[in-house]
Design a protein around this ligand. Structure first.
Ligand code: V47
Ligand code: SF4
Length: 389
């Protein structure tokens, strides 16, 4: 889909005398659709000038998605914030600290939340939460069945590999058996959470007690084999370095080569309020844009790179659309607390369809409403851009 004009923009920027031969060589590889090695990925993080990374990532993004930017109409259900694990970046979990602030929804509560959207054209419910010691596989199957019985066309995207690993071990079923049981109940896809940083040197410092990289990848691989698409995340901008980020993306790229089951890669910026890592400063916007751009360049087999606006904030999300991003997640309707509790600007994340469309249009892109698996539902290019800022 990329035009001659895009290519000439790449060539123009590479003709600048300040650009080194190493960078020019890598740019030529990218334009020729040759895969970057891990060393080259690290080199881009370390030495790639931001304008060059942006131009190249934008070139790849437009080749894959043209000028389109995707969003959906969704809401979240967070069944509980009680969690048996103790990730040090988490501002949300309440098992050991402040149990009195914990919540625990019943199946009826969750169905009531779904019913609130009965007259709204929502297409997806995203179910994710803490790992409660008592909420088990049977309970979640009942929740899913009841949601599907009430609104069959609503896509259920649910449960991180961390939640599933615990659920399946408790139920004494294999990963394949567990996923099949959930799929039969009505689960259709999985979000990308719980990946954090795969490398054990970092994982043992930030989330020592939950599923490791091998277990996370095994669950996603099994989901893909069952025809269930999933996303993948990285939690960046804390104590990891560029080597760890590339190692993480390399593991995902290898699995995607085998299964082609990932839809989107979602870099999640570490937020430092109210958690045990509050001493770690948050990344700068330059670092954020670099993360998105290198992700777009390195993960050549991922169809989409998503900026989760609820976590990143609206303005940075608009900027990422020029750095490789082609998806901004959904309307959300103030139904998630993970990021607001960690200090994100959006304390009540909610955008109307019109606001999301304007956010995308004002960044110079075509807003496309999609369903969870990227079927295009509506092209909003004709919607008038109002004076909403
Ligand atoms: O795995 C927790 C992250 C994730 C913090 O697949 C934090 O479409 C930053 O994965 N600072 C869960 N991040 C959320 C998630 C997600 C969100 C939106 C869309 C999708 C999708 C997936 O939240 C956790 C963890 O990496 N997280 N605490 C924090 N302090
Ligand atoms: Fe639990 Fe998830 Fe928080 Fe870790 S990030 S403590 S698994 S809720």
């Amino acid at each position: 889909m990329s035009t001659e004009a895009d290519l000439s923009r790449v060539k123009n920027i590479l003709n600048r005398s300040s650009i080194t031969k190493d960078i020019k060589d890598l740019a030529e590889k990218i334009v020729a659709e040759e895969r970057l090695t891990p060393e080259e990925g690290e080199f881009l993080f370390e030495k790639g000038p931001l304008p060059v990374l942006g131009t190249l990532a934008n070139y790849v993004r437009e080749k894959k998605s043209g000028n389109k930017t995707y969003f959906n109409r969704n809401f979240h259900i967070e069944p509980t914030n009680v969690c048996v694990f103790s990730c040090s970046f988490c501002s949300y979990s309440r098992l050991y600290k402040h149990r009195e602030d914990g919540w625990e929804l019943s199946a009826d509560d969750m169905l009531d939340m779904v019913k609130k959207y009965d007259d709204q054209p929502i297409t997806e419910v995203h179910i994710v939460g803490g790992v409660h010691p008592k909420l088990n596989l049977e309970f979640f199957c009942e929740v899913i069945r009841r949601i599907k019985a009430h609104r069959p066309e609503l896509h259920i995207k649910g449960f991180t590999a961390v939640e599933l690993d615990y659920m399946f071990r408790k139920a004494k079923v294999s990963v394949e058996e567990g996923l099949n049981i959930l799929k039969e109940a009505g689960l259709q896809s999985m979000p990308g959470g719980g990946a954090e940083i795969f490398h054990p040197d970092i994982r043992k410092k930030i989330c020592v007690d939950k599923v490791d990289a091998e277990g996370w990848l095994k669950i996603h691989k099994a989901a893909h084999r069952l025809g269930m698409p999933t996303n993948a995340t990285i939690l960046y901008g804390h104590i990891e370095n560029y080597f760890h980020r590339i190692d993480h993306m390399e593991k995902l790229r290898q699995l995607q080569d085998k299964t082609h089951g990932f839809n989107a890669f979602i870099p999640l910026k570490f937020r430092n309020k109210n958690n045990d890592m509050s001493y770690v400063p948050e990344s700068t916007i330059v670092e954020d844009l670099k993360m998105y751009a290198v992700a777009r360049l390195y993960l050549d087999n991922f169809p989409h790179i998503k900026a989760y606006w609820a976590m990143l904030g609206r303005q940075t999300t608009q900027l990422t659309l020029a750095y490789g991003v082609d998806d901004v997640d959904g309307t959300i309707d103030d139904t998630t607390k993970i990021y607001s509790m960690a200090g994100a600007e959006e304390q009540h994340p909610r955008m109307s369809t019109e606001e999301l469309v304007m956010l995308i249009k004002k960044a110079g892109r075509i807003p496309i409403e999609r369903d969870t698996v990227y079927h295009e539902l509506h092209d909003y290019s004709e919607m008038e851009v109002s004076n909403l800022s």
